[in-house]
Design a protein around this ligand. Structure first.
Ligand code: AMP
Length: 370
């Protein structure tokens, strides 16, 4: 079994990792780190959250930074504020024992003046949502002319959130003498277009997980029931999984809100996160969930983007997602960092064909609940 040192990671970074209890490189880390450290080629990593991909690109990126130069050398683009914050936080922790590397996260929905002020300080790595970065570029308050490494994290999510134009704009803007590392759980057309247009002709490619970004630690099951019995079926499942934590996904905000009320009425420790909520309320709900004050989080697909919460043992689908890719993203909230997880779809008979499509497309087996 190789260690992070074997992969080429410096002692200072290894010390930081050890303090975070990260000692055994995950699959994507084993495959990607040596390549990213030594190759100047572009890179495509097909992996979903929970595989350790932040460290897979974060460690080589940190190691490439020249701290004595006070310019932005690394740029990480991610779809949501939450994910930007998490990436910045992880990188900051990794660097506890290294020379000072300054990392700044900039994202929409937060005070731009403050972010501009912070960017006046020496900054080596910027973690940004595409929309906010574009605003900062247009205002000419950020200098990305010296960026050598660009990471697109959860590129498919960035596209499905409508950041295509900003992404293209940013990639057009950054000097071409750069390396681009693209991470995506799925490879829809829009991603292929970006690869063709903005990456070098033969990028290195790595795919982890059994297939199409699906995490092998997750078991997939389904329950068939009438719509009116779904809540009851879920309560039944939850009663057998007391003291375990998880997420429940709905397709619509309305369904998410109603379901949450129904579960709360049965004394389940549950809260909801959906797109219509203000950022403050969302932050509050996330804080409660992360600090384990609530056990279960009901969420819509959009609102749940970028959520990284440890120790979730199940994901329940109250409604199947609109897009097949979302099934991967939903399920990926469990089975993180090598733990086991279960993903259960509560469906009515008419949803069977859709479930078969998911199985076929993602090359997974979804069994009847045992
Ligand atoms: P990510 O896929 O980057 O979102 O990482 C998921 C979680 O796994 C994060 O909380 C990391 O801190 C943790 N993690 C990353 N790499 C490892 C590793 N090699 N061993 C244990 N935990 C890890």
């Amino acid at each position: 079994m190789s260690t992070f040192s074997d992969l080429g990671i410096s002692n200072d970074l290894v010390k930081g990792l050890t303090e975070m209890n990260i000692v055994e490189p995950s699959e994507i880390q084993q495959l990607a780190i040596p390549l990213l450290l030594t190759s100047t080629n572009d890179f495509i990593g097909q992996a979903q959250t929970g595989t350790g991909k932040t460290a897979a690109f974060g460690l080589p990126l940190l190691q490439k930074i020249q701290p004595q130069k006070q310019e932005i050398q690394g740029l990480i683009l991610a779809p949501t504020r939450e994910l930007c914050q998490q990436i910045a936080k992880q990188l900051f922790k990794f660097t506890k024992f290294t020379d000072k590397i300054f990392i700044e996260a900039v994202y929409g929905g937060a005070d731009m003046t403050l972010q501009i002020q912070r960017l006046q300080r020496p900054t080596h790595i910027v973690v940004a949502t595409p929309g906010r970065l574009m605003d900062l570029i247009k205002k000419e308050v950020i200098d990305i002319s010296q960026v050598k490494s660009v990471v697109l994290d959860e590129a498919d999510e960035m596209l499905s959130m409508g950041f295509k134009e900003d992404l293209h704009g940013i990639l057009d803007y950054i000097p071409t003498e750069r390396t681009t590392w693209l991470f995506s759980a799925t490879m829809p057309e829009g991603i292929k277009e970006i690869i063709k247009k903005f990456l070098k002709p033969n990028p290195d490619r790595i795919e982890v997980g059994r297939s199409a970004g699906v995490n092998a630690n997750i078991t997939h099951e389904f329950v068939i029931c009438n719509s009116k019995d779904k809540v009851q079926e879920m309560l039944h499942f939850l009663s057998y999984h007391k003291n375990e934590r998880g997420m429940i996904f709905c397709q619509t905000k309305q369904a998410a809100r109603v379901l949450t009320k129904q579960l709360q009425a049965k004394n389940i420790s549950v809260d909801v996160i959906e797109g219509d909520m203000g950022q403050r309320d969302r932050d509050k709900v996330m804080r409660m969930f992360k600090t384990e004050k609530t056990e279960i989080l009901v969420a819509t697909d959009i609102a749940a983007r970028g959520i990284d919460v440890k120790g979730l043992s199940f994901v329940l689908h109250y409604q199947l997602p609109q897009q097949i890719e979302y099934y991967t993203h939903r399920s990926g909230r469990t089975g993180r960092a090598g733990e086991k997880g279960i993903s259960i779809a509560f469906i009515s008979e008419k949803d069977r064909p859709k479930l078969l499509d998911i199985e076929k497309e993602l090359k997974i087996r979804i069994k009847p609940l045992s």
